[in-house]
Design a protein around this ligand. Structure first.
Ligand SMILES: [Zn+2]
Length: 222
C-alpha cells in the first residue's frame, strides 16, 4: 500500500484565502534556549488543505465533527482541467466535467479537480485572485450526480468572486457534499487509472465549520 500525499504545506507567511487572516507560525520555545521545541499557530480553520462542512455556509448546518469519518473516504475521479483553463477567473462548466468523466458516474463518487493552480501556489495576485471559478451549473450537475465530495487545487471553489463563491458553496454544502480545498494535485496523479481510493480525515474541531486535513490517495499497487 502506498499513500500519495495531496496536501499543501502550512507555514509562517504561507499563501491562503485573501479573505482570511495571514498565516502565522512562531517558534515559542526552541532548543538552545529551552528544553522543548513547540510553535504557536495563528490561522483560520480554512487554511491549507482543509474540509468545508455545511456549517461553513449554511446556518444551522452540520459542523465538521458531526460528520461520520466514513464520509471522507471513497472512490475518487481526478478531473484534469489544465488544458481547459484558458486564463484567469475562467469558468469550470458542466460540459468540461462531463467530457472528462465516464458516462454513468457512480453515485457517491468523489471528484478532484486539477486546474494547475496548485503548481503556482504563492502569495501573488495571480494565485490569490485569478483562480478558476466553479460555475453554478457545474455545482448543480454535481448535486444531480449525487457526489460524496469535491476537491480542488486552489483556495476556493468559487474563486475571487464573492457572489459566485457564496452560491456554489450554498449549492454543494446545502446538498451535504463536502468540499476539500487547497489540494496539491501534481501532474502525475492525472495519469493514474480512475477511480482511486481517496481519504482526507479532518482534525476534530468541535462545532467548527471546517478543519485542516491530510488528503491522500491510497494506492494498492505497491
Ligand atoms: Zn473552506
Amino acid at each position: 500500500m502506498r499513500f500519495i500525499d495531496l496536501s499543501q504545506p502550512i507555514f509562517n507567511g504561507g499563501p491562503n484565502c485573501p479573505a482570511h487572516p495571514a498565516v502565522g507560525s512562531e517558534v515559542t520555545s526552541e532548543h538552545g534556549k529551552a528544553e522543548w521545541q513547540w510553535e504557536t499557530l495563528t490561522l483560520a480553520s480554512h487554511t491549507g488543505s482543509h474540509l468545508d462542512a455545511p456549517l461553513h455556509k449554511i446556518a444551522g448546518g452540520a459542523s465538521i465533527d458531526a460528520i461520520p469519518l466514513e464520509r471522507f473516504t471513497g472512490k475518487a475521479y481526478i478531473v484534469d482541467l489544465r488544458a481547459d483553463i484558458q486564463g484567469e477567473r475562467d469558468w469550470i462548466t458542466p460540459e468540461m466535467l462531463q467530457s472528462a468523466l465516464p458516462i454513468g458516474l457512480p453515485s457517491q463518487s468523489i471528484l478532484l479537480l486539477s486546474t494547475g493552480w496548485g503548481d503556482v501556489r504563492q502569495r501573488s495576485d495571480h494565485w490569490l485572485f485569478g483562480s478558476p471559478r466553479l460555475h453554478p451549473d457545474a455545482a448543480r450537475w454535481m448535486v444531480q450526480a449525487d457526489l460524496r465530495g469535491l476537491g480542488i487545487d486552489h483556495w476556493g471553489i468559487g474563486g475571487w468572486d464573492k457572489e459566485n463563491d457564496a452560491l456554489v458553496h450554498t449549492i454543494l454544502l446545502g446538498a451535504g457534499i463536502w468540499i476539500c480545498e487547497e489540494l496539491n494535485l501534481p501532474p502525475d496523479v492525472c495519469s493514474l487509472p480512475m477511480p482511486q481510493l481517496f481519504q482526507a480525515l479532518p482534525i476534530n474541531l468541535r462545532g467548527h465549520s471546517g478543519a485542516w486535513c491530510r488528503p491522500v490517495l491510497i494506492s494498492s499497487t505497491d
